[in-house]
Design a binder for this molecule. Structure first.
Ligand code: ZN
Length: 261
């Protein structure tokens, strides 16, 4: 096992993951987490990133090409890829089945928003409910939540994908955008991009699960979210609602997302 090549700068690919995730979801086999890059070290098609100290499946770094799914399948059946020591950042606790569930939710919400499906990756270090979107770079970082937290995770996915939609329809919202770090949290929440993303997410997931998610302990934020909720039109078919709901066990009780905020 060797360390990462410091000379090499990975560049996460911007691509529509719809076909690849659809293949993965509909295949009965277990799949690793994959991340697609424009180029890999030494021109490889697949490199395995491994964390030795944990019971954690390799993450496959895959080179962007026309045969991404086939190259992943080939490496699963016939492992030949170089193994590289991964940063702890890559670690998470989701198994293949749970990742497929979140890929399905991501695909479905991308379809509702009529946007390309971005790459999603999962990280334990985001488990406190954080997530990230790297500004129209086609990459969304998600926490490794389990199905018991499905309303929270659905809402996080919907929020981050709405940011992808905003970069197409409202790029001006990011001209003076401030991040959540080291800034006033209320000021951060009240930005147009954040209000719109959160209002969209709570409205959509509220419709899917038949719950009201419009509580917020900060009154000014709550009324801004409700105002934006009433301006956003969401058209979602009964079929899509049913597909989203059957991804989860019928006896699972929804978590209370509003309590987390
Ligand atoms: Zn946001």
């Amino acid at each position: 096992m060797k360390g990462p090549n410091e000379e090499f700068q990975y560049s996460m690919s911007v691509l529509d993951m719809r076909d690849i995730y659809s293949h993965i979801i509909s295949d009965d086999a277990e799949f690793p987490e994959i991340m697609v890059f424009d180029e890999l070290e030494d021109g490889s098609n697949v490199v395995r990133y491994r964390i030795d100290d944990y019971d954690f499946e390799d993450v496959f770094y895959v080179k962007k090409c026309d045969n991404i799914f086939e190259n992943v399948c080939e490496e699963i059946v016939n492992p030949k890829a170089k193994v590289i020591k991964a940063e702890d950042f890559l670690y998470h606790q989701l198994d293949s089945e749970m990742m497929k569930t979140w890929y399905s939710v991501t695909l479905m919400i991308s379809e509702i928003l009529n946007i390309n499906c971005p790459q999603v990756t999962f990280h334990a270090c985001f488990r406190n409910g954080d997530a990230s979107n790297f500004g129209n770079q086609g990459w969304v970082v998600l926490p490794d939540m389990f199905s018991s937290q499905f309303i929270t995770m659905d809402t996080i996915i919907a929020h981050e994908l709405r940011h992808e939609w905003q970069h197409i329809h409202h790029p001006e919202w990011f001209e003076h955008y401030i991040t959540g770090e080291n800034n006033n949290i209320k000021e951060y929440c009240l930005q147009p991009a954040e209000i719109d993303a959160e209002a969209f997410a709570r409205k959509l997931i509220g419709i899917v699960w038949g719950v009201d998610l419009f509580n917020h302990k900060e009154l000014e934020v709550k009324s801004a979210l409700r105002k934006r909720r009433d301006e956003i039109d969401i058209i979602i078919s009964r079929k899509k609602i049913n597909i989203l709901r059957v991804l989860f066990e019928q006896d699972e009780q929804p978590d209370d997302y509003s309590k987390n905020i």
